[in-house]
Design a protein around this ligand. Structure first.
Ligand code: FEO
Ligand code: CA
Ligand code: CA
Ligand code: CA
Length: 553
């Protein structure tokens, strides 16, 4: 397919939407009993076209490159002041979610995750390890930011630092622990936890809060003498209420990438989640109770009780990860641990005494119960058009999956609450597709999947990764004649990864994080990137940009 064909496809908004909405050619005659997913297209009443772009070529430049006719504003960058108290925007910007104020697509709260720090925040680290000051900065610059953002008369996106909502959530904030691991011995009987860090991707809920995922938490916890079991959870914050900070243990503890929330056919809440490590599993949590829109944030209690399932891709089954099932497996004296589980039977019997222990040591329990080890499951999105579930399997060099792929799950009877499923490889990274190592996902209302890539910085522009150059943002239609074909929309600056794509409800703005530009820098006088190239500034500053220029047809 040539570019002209792709451009004209993107121009056929109404036709594409109709095809996508009907699920034709996707579910092969099965009823498309759609249930809503908690993304910016809740109910997808719009019919906007986020297309009409001339795809770009890969780039090695220290620039955020966009197609002709598009522009970006840096809304907030590392260390910018965000409020009257003088709090600073964190480092390692990842997930973004935009919450309109009074229904506006040009003013709202932007919630951003801060995943990690680097030399631009901490300075060089001595061989003896971080100083106390560096450890404190590390805890401060991770976590989350809530900022108020708006578009001025000239169309430029800016921070409103006078906002009463703008605030930081850091490694020092106090969280309430909910669910089966609250107060158990493995968590030192704690009912609260200090702080959040390693906040990777996340998701929004039906009740206008944000779920944020603690991913690679171990180093920060260990360096600060914090209990490892207090991290690796899904946390919930309310952008409009600074006092609402929860860690929901029912959703399991692992290297959480993100959440994708939907509803089962009988209106229970389902949350899909990936565990971003090599040979790790895909999960879904299904609440015990039913979603009631009238209860608003009260529905948050649904995340405290339910069943956690792990995907067995060979059988096409969702396997309940319960203490009951695990006890049964361990009761067998001939029990043999699957590869990936290092503990002996005796050690496992000592470790697992309750459902709290099961969620705390979720990866081990899941493998024992038949969860399929997969290739770094990162972002997950539920298609708002046909209820299929898209998972980025970033890559796994341990068994030769160098460029990764996007898996698409078809739940039985098109019900997100189903216990069985089928799947396909929707798109594969590699020379043939032009992208490698897919990570975060977002849908637009035209059925296109927006995919950012995460080729690890040490591999950029080397070996088999050479042709992809810097990490990018790609658009892949999920329906129509160009289904599965990627076209590049953006290329990040040097050493960076683009993360957290999130559209405003009118789809005229796309928020996107530029994460870890210049992260290979060893000498602050000689940085490998100085993006966003502020005059006189020699620091590379990760941050969030607002992209505009989308045409509508
Ligand atoms: Fe934080 Fe899996 O990326
Ligand atoms: Ca990342
Ligand atoms: Ca990621
Ligand atoms: Ca990643």
């Amino acid at each position: 397919m040539d570019r002209r064909t792709f451009l004209s496809y993107l121009g056929t908004g109404a036709a594409a939407l109709a095809a996508a909405s009907s699920g034709l050619g996707v579910l092969e005659g099965k009823a498309s009993a759609m249930s809503p997913s908690a993304d910016h297209m809740f109910g997808f009443k719009t019919n906007k076209v986020s297309g009409y772009f001339q795809p770009i070529s890969p780039s090695k430049e220290d620039k955020l490159v966009l197609p002709e006719g598009y522009r970006y504003d840096v809304v907030a960058a590392f260390d910018d002041v965000i409020n009257q108290a003088g709090e600073k925007f964190g480092q390692g910007a990842d997930y973004n979610a935009f919450f309109p104020i009074d229904g506006s697509s040009t003013r709202g709260l932007l919630v951003t995750n801060h995943e990690y720090t680097n030399i631009f925040a901490l300075g060089p680290i001595a061989d003896s390890g971080k100083t106390k000051e560096q450890k404190d900065k590390d805890l401060y610059y991770q976590g989350m930011s809530v900022t108020e953002v708006f578009q001025d008369q000239d169309g430029v996106w800016k921070l409103d630092t006078t906002s009463k909502y703008a605030r930081r959530i850091t490694g020092f904030s106090t969280f309430e622990i909910t669910g089966p691991a609250r107060g158990i011995p493995a968590l030192q009987n704690a009912t609260t936890a200090q702080g959040t860090f390693a906040n990777c991707s996340g998701g929004v809920t039906f009740w206008n809060t944000v779920l944020s995922c603690e991913e690679n938490f171990s180093d920060t916890a260990e360096e600060n003498n914090l209990p490892l079991t207090h991290y690796g959870w899904v946390i919930e914050v309310d952008p409009f209420d600074g006092s609402y900070l929860k860690k929901h243990t029912a959703l399991g503890r692992f290297n959480h990438e993100n959440t994708a929330m939907g509803l089962t056919a009988d209106k229970r809440v389902v949350v899909y989640m990936g565990d971003d490590k090599k040979d790790a599993c895909v999960y879904k949590f299904v609440s015990k109770g039913k979603y009631d829109p009238a209860k608003g944030r009260g529905n948050s209690a649904l995340l405290e009780e339910g069943t956690l399932y792990v995907a067995n891709f060979k059988k096409g089954e969702w396997v309940p990860v319960t203490f009951e099932a695990l006890s049964k497996a361990l009761a067998n004296e001939k029990f043999k641990a699957p590869s990936g589980v290092k503990s002996t039977r005796d050690e496992l019997l000592a470790k697992f005494k309750s459902q709290g222990d099961v969620v705390t040591n979720c990866h081990e329990a899941a493998l024992i119960l038949g969860g399929t080890p997969t290739d770094r499951p990162e972002d997950i999105e539920i298609s708002p058009f046909d209820n299929t579930v898209f998972i980025c399997h970033t890559n796994n060099d341990a068994h030769g999956n160098i460029h990764g792929h996007i898996t698409r799950i078809f739940e039985n009877d098109n019900d997100l609450g189903s216990s069985g499923f089928d799947f396909e490889i929707f798109a594969a990274g590699g020379r043939q597709s032009g992208f490698s190592s897919p990570d975060n996902l977002a849908f637009d209302s035209n059925g296109n999947l927006w995919v950012v890539t995460d080729i690890s910085t040490s591999s950029h522009n080397k070996g088999v990764y050479k042709s992809f150059m810097n990490n990018g943002l790609f658009v892949i239609p999920t329906t129509g004649p160009s289904m599965g074909e990627a076209q590049q929309f953006a290329s990040g600056p040097k050493d960076a990864e683009l993360t957290g794509p999130f559209f405003t409800p009118d789809e005229r703005t796309l928020f996107l994080s530029v994460q870890h530009p210049g992260e290979m820098t060893e000498d602050l006088n000689n940085p490998t990137s100085t993006w966003p190239h502020r005059p006189g500034d020699k620091k590379a500053r990760c941050g969030v940009v607002a992209i505009s220029g989308f045409k509508f047809g």
